[in-house]
Design a protein around this ligand. Structure first.
Ligand code: FUL
Length: 691
């Protein structure tokens, strides 16, 4: 008997040892995130606030000579910003401590160009401190934007500036508690005030800042920080190559740690990169980064922001959403409303995981061990995961929803602590006993969300069709999210024909011409109509089946263009008057400048002009420096305005320039420089603003 017991124990021990060997945890594959990157990735959604002298000059980039006395936000309240961000579901705020103009919104001891010489709080204010305190109060993390380019500083371009830059970094990373992220914009060098030199200074952005040593300093001061850098050495996070709010559908959190990063790498990552550099999607809640009153009717709406959500967080990125602060120091009520509605919509969309704790079965489970079972993907615990045996690069997992269930979203996460692996997957639904493919996609990474038309099914099958190594899936979610109607687009052609459109299928439109918010009692839009005077149009899309309405679409049109002529007309040139942003006209010449002359047909009292560049940022002819001349007779010309279209390549939105009222029959837009450095001037649209 004793002998039998002994044999039994030996067999048991052997079995335990054997199964332990079988269920050895998978080892990392390729680059993996640091603890700081992991912590950051889990934040998912956080804010930018843009606030500087630009707020008071209606500019995108200050030149560096703007008067510090302009900065006087009489109602400044960082607690309002923090409250909104918190209520909107965000986890932190990155504040523009210094933008390209060089003005510091904290009282830096190394410059006079700061809040200490502004009227705000009699020069005793410190916006970064107020932000830090508000973040603490609301349980948010604080991040810092410090522009490497400084158009004010006399030493910019010289080695001395690097000492100045590091001194400022030291102030910001020492005096305001823990900083989760530091942000170094890629705009570097060019024209500027530079202490009165008023010249162009070029630097080599890969070497000038000696990033290696700058990073050492940063990590010493803030060991838990992540570094975002679009200007030089690889930081911890990467830009996604656009400011419109989306990253590639295929999105590897990998790059190579040295060498150039071309656009497609920023956008899609690099499948076989040797460094973990995940994507941060930065975009603004308005077209521009700083506050411009003329954008009050162009705040992004819930459907637009939801699109951004699916194209950022849903594509293995984080979402950094910007609020421009108004001159009074507050976030505009419309921006607040949209951000809160968006937060609510996200919550609602992912409120109930229809897969959680249901029965799941996998085609393969690592060592048949419970520890790596299919249920680990739906247990609501991100630290556990379903894993397959080594060597497998395909596998599937089926979830039994127990009863016919309606859903339209699928969320999946890899256990990225051990690397990003999945290259392709598909999703099927069991409908009336037949498997039906509902979606397929490529990479997963930290988080991937698929959208598809609602389907009612009893089972869902998730199949990994290709993976770099055995897949590790930490979370799966199946949701039935509400669907939002897009705000309609409104356009007016040169002849004054107004069209209202949407990408959604089925809705009808209602509009107003008197500024009031349209309802289903307003004018019904059935076909394009002519409205060729100065006017604003508001429109909604309405879905009779669900009784739901879209947010309001808005356009403001100035004087009619029907009598406008392009002097020296070329038929294709009409593309710039046709009200269609996707048709573009390019003028090519042997040298710059290149002029565009337009005859308005009558005299008007003009107070500004608008220019919309080619929406393809790689196209040549995107004007960066301009002069705007006016004339009553096409003979005598007067310079009405000149300057730069600052951030036009990365953010190709309408450029709006204003000047003192002038009587105008002809205008000449002179292109001095463009983004591609060649002799081309391109125009999607041009317009004037009349009094
Ligand atoms: C850009 C800057 O040039 C903009 O002004 C803004 O700060 C944005 C976040 O980054 O490239």
């Amino acid at each position: 008997m004793k002998r039998l017991l002994l044999i039994g124990i030996i067999v048991l021990l052997y079995f335990v040892k054997f199964s332990a060997a079988q269920t050895k945890a998978p080892v990392a594959f390729g680059p993996v995130p640091t603890e700081n990157q992991l912590r950051w990735q889990e934040m998912e959604y956080y804010a930018f606030v843009h606030f500087s002298l630009n707020t008071y000059t209606d500019q995108s980039w200050g030149f560096g000579n703007e008067d510090v006395k302009l900065f006087n936000p009489e109602k400044a309240d960082c607690r309002q910003w923090a409250r909104i961000c918190k209520e909107a579901g965000m986890k932190g705020i990155i504040i523009t401590a210094k933008h390209h103009c060089g003005f510091c919104i904290w009282p830096s001891e190394y410059t006079e160009y700061s809040v200490k010489n502004s009227p705000w709080k009699d020069g005793k204010g410190d916006m970064v401190r107020e932000m830090a305190e508000a973040c603490k109060e609301y349980g948010l993390k604080l991040g810092i934007y410090l522009s490497p380019w400084d158009r004010n500083h006399p030493d910019y371009g010289k080695p001395e500036y690097i000492t100045y830059f590091r001194n400022q970094l030291t102030e910001l990373l020492t005096n305001y508690g823990e900083i989760f992220e530091v942000w170094f914009d890629g705009a570097n060098g060019g024209d500027g005030y530079y202490g009165g030199a008023n010249e162009t200074r070029k630097i080599d952005r890969t070497t000038y800042y000696d990033w290696k040593n700058t990073y050492k300093l940063i990590r010493k001061l803030q060991p838990n920080i992540v570094i975002w850098n679009d200007g030089g050495d690889r930081g911890d996070l990467r830009w996604v190559g656009t400011e419109e709010g989306y990253v590639g559908e295929t999105n590897w959190s990998l790059l190579n740690d040295t060498g150039d990063v071309p656009w497609n790498m920023l956008h899609y990552g690099l499948e076989n990169g040797n460094a973990w550099v995940p994507a941060e999607v930065n975009t603004s809640i308005r077209p521009e980064w700083f506050y411009h009153p003329n954008e009050d009717n162009h705040v992004k709406t819930v459907p637009h922001l939801m699109e951004t959500y699916y194209h950022s967080i849903g594509h293995n990125g984080s979402l950094l959403l910007n609020f421009p602060i108004m001159p009074n120091g507050l976030i505009h009520p419309t921006d607040e409303k949209m951000a809160l509605e968006f937060g609510k919509a996200v919550k609602e969309s992912f409120a109930v995981n229809l897969a959680e704790k249901k029965k799941a079965e996998a085609s393969n489970v690592r060592g048949n061990a419970n520890e790596f079972g299919a249920d680990k993907a739906i247990d609501g615990n991100k630290e556990t995961y379903w894993a397959t045996d080594d060597g497998l690069t395909t596998a599937s997992l089926t979830i039994d929803l127990a009863k016919p269930t309606l859903f339209n979203r699928f969320l999946v996460q890899e256990y990225i602590r051990l690397g990003q692996r999945v290259k392709a997957f598909k999703l099927e639904a069991l409908v009336d006993g037949n498997w039906k493919e509902v979606a397929k996609a490529t990479t997963i990474g930290y988080k991937r969300i698929l959208r598809f038309p609602s389907v009612e099914a009893t089972k869902v099958r998730f199949t990994i069709t290709d993976s770099k190594s055995c897949p590790l899936i930490s979370n799966i979610g199946v949701y039935n999210a509400p669907v939002f109607l897009n705000a309609p687009a409104i356009a007016r052609s040169q002849s004054g024909e107004v069209t209202i459109t949407t990408n959604d299928i089925g809705p009808i439109f209602y509009y107003t011409l008197n500024g009031s918010v349209p309802t289903i009692k307003s004018n019904r839009y059935t076909a394009p109509f002519v409205a060729d005077e100065k006017m604003e149009i508001k429109a909604i899309a309405y879905d009779p089946a669900s009784g739901k309405s879209s947010p309001v679409g808005y356009e403001k049109f100035d004087i009619s263009k029907k009598d406008w002529k392009i002097v020296g007309n070329n038929e294709k040139a009409d593309a710039l008057l046709d009200g269609n942003p996707s048709s573009v006209w390019h003028q090519r010449d042997k040298k710059m400048p290149i002029d565009l002359v337009i005859d308005l047909g009558n005299n008007y009292n003009v107070i500004g002009f608008k220019y919309l560049p080619d929406q393809n940022k790689w196209s040549s002819g995107i004007i960066t420096n301009y002069q705007f001349y006016i004339s009553e007779d096409n003979i005598n010309w007067k310079l009405a305005d000149e300057g730069e279209f600052s951030n036009i390549k990365n953010n190709p939105v309408w450029q709006i320039k204003k000047f003192a009222p002038e009587k105008v029959r002809y205008f000449k837009l002179r292109a001095l420089k463009n983004t591609s450095g060649d002799q081309v001037a391109g125009y999607a649209e041009v317009d004037v603003i009349t009094k």
